[in-house]
Design a protein around this ligand. Structure first.
Ligand SMILES: Cc1cc2nc3c(=O)[nH]c(=O)nc-3n(C[C@H](O)[C@H](O)[C@H](O)COP(=O)(O)OP(=O)(O)OC[C@H]3O[C@@H](n4cnc5c(N)ncnc54)[C@H](O)[C@@H]3O)c2cc1C
Length: 380
């Protein structure tokens, strides 16, 4: 073994610049805690959130995955509305990133500056009524015509759907062709044959509205194909690596905030002549909440570091998504126990955290699917 001074030690500290990113956005985040109205996209853009991981030449901040995650974590920790951050994250990771990595130079130049400034909002339209966890058999078809494709089909659960001006969507050129028949497209909202539905009546992440998007002989020109025809699943999986890691950083910030709230409450409230904090089951519960947060954080930073290193981050991304989303749900449930009956009074904010946490184990691939991906990476 080489002497200690020659061995590479693991460094868990953030650089001064990274600490500055986190602190700056955390302090500014309170200004975007009111989720009402699309003017909030301007506020999100002022913090650099919609274009964080877009190169500077297109109006973005040019951050890597880890620095982008720190930005979303800081904004969430500082108090920005979880649904609003989710809206910005879905826009950036599932829409802007595929355009950065797979669009033609002309399309990148045409779309990315407005996506970064918040003037153009994007929605990712992959899920279909009969294609959720299994997206290998899409019903939405892409038929080749002169100069492009005609899309036909229905997409469901499109986050930002009602307000988006652009959709990144996926369709198959051969319904029996499976994985290699899907192609990715960036489609303008005003394309003839595209109809975005009314906002869905959903109970979580309410600041991010969602809708169906319906395509009926909707023409998409060739230069709006992302990647090559047939590369749709590659485009989607690449975007999911960013989403399953960086987006979930907002749930680190959310847990951080929730744990602080619980610690304050446990110190203040007294029962049986003692502070809640002095009751061992309450203190143990808080210790478990901290354990989950810090374990998830290590996995998520590792996943981001793997993306930034340019290697294959698959295992780390799935581990991080699974750990952080399950931790967010368990911690929100624990918070509701610590707050007792008050957890169900909206003024304490606990039930909103719980509602916003639960879908994290479903979107971007459910926990069952993440376990399957991990098992596959293990060679099972
Ligand atoms: C808040 C929110 C935002 C969303 N935003 C978007 C968006 O912007 N764009 C978009 O395209 N979609 C979006 N979705 C949809 C989301 O991606 C799907 O809900 C998710 O992929 C699961 O699909 P499903 O709902 O059809 O569930 P199903 O696939 O029907 O799964 C139901 C249950 O069965 C399990 N299951 C299914 N198949 C398997 C299997 N093979 N092995 C083991 N277990 C399995 C699942 O884990 C789950 O527990 C969003 C969903 C939510 C809740």
């Amino acid at each position: 073994m080489p002497p200690l001074r020659e061995r590479r030690l693991m460094d868990f500290s953030l650089s001064a610049e990274q600490q500055e990113i986190h602190a700056r956005v955390r302090a500014a985040a309170q200004e975007i805690s009111d989720p009402r109205g699309m003017r909030q996209w301007k506020e999100l853009a002022r913090l650099g959130l919609p274009g964080a991981a877009v190169p500077k030449e297109y109006g973005g901040s040019g951050l890597g995955a880890l620095d982008t995650a720190l930005l979303y974590e800081g904004a969430s920790d500082g108090g920005a509305d979880t649904g609003l951050l989710f809206a910005a994250a879905a826009h950036l990771f599932a829409c802007a990133r595929p355009i950065v990595e797979f669009a033609s130079a002309r399309t990148r130049e045409a779309l990315l500056p407005a996506l970064c400034s918040g003037d153009l909002i994007a929605g990712n339209a992959m899920t279909e009524p009969d294609a959720g966890s299994d997206i290998s058999r899409l019903a939405t078809t892409a038929t080749r015509v002169d100069g492009g494709y005609l899309l036909d089909g229905v997409k469901s659960f499109v986050s930002n759907g009602p307000s988006a001006g652009l959709y990144v969507t996926y369709a198959t050129t051969d319904p029996d062709g499976g994985y290699f028949a899907a192609t990715a497209f960036a489609v303008d909202r005003d394309s003839p044959g595209l109809v975005a539905g009314e906002p869905l009546d959903k109970s979580a992440l309410t600041a991010c509205q969602a809708s169906e998007v319906r395509f009926t002989r909707c023409f998409v020109p060739d230069d709006r194909v992302l990647g090559s025809p047939g590369q749709g699943h590659l485009v989607f999986q690449t975007s999911m690596r960013w989403e399953r890691s960086c987006l979930f950083a907002l749930y680190l910030g959310q847990q951080e905030r929730l744990i602080r709230h619980c610690v304050r409450h446990a110190r203040q409230r007294r029962q049986s002549g003692k502070r809640l904090a002095d009751l061992p089951p309450v203190a143990d519960r808080l210790a478990d909440m901290k354990l989950r947060l810090e374990s998830g954080r290590l996995l998520l930073y590792r996943a981001c570091a793997e993306i930034d290193a340019g290697g294959d981050p698959g295992l780390w991304v799935a581990l991080a998504k699974l750990a952080v989303s399950e931790a967010a749900v368990a911690t929100a449930l624990d918070a509701s126990r610590i707050f007792g009956g008050r957890a169900f009074l909206t003024e304490y904010g606990i039930e909103e955290h719980l509602r916003d946490a639960v879908p994290a184990t479903t979107f971007s691939g459910t926990s069952d699917i993440q376990r399957q991906l991990i098992a596959r990476e293990m060679g099972l």
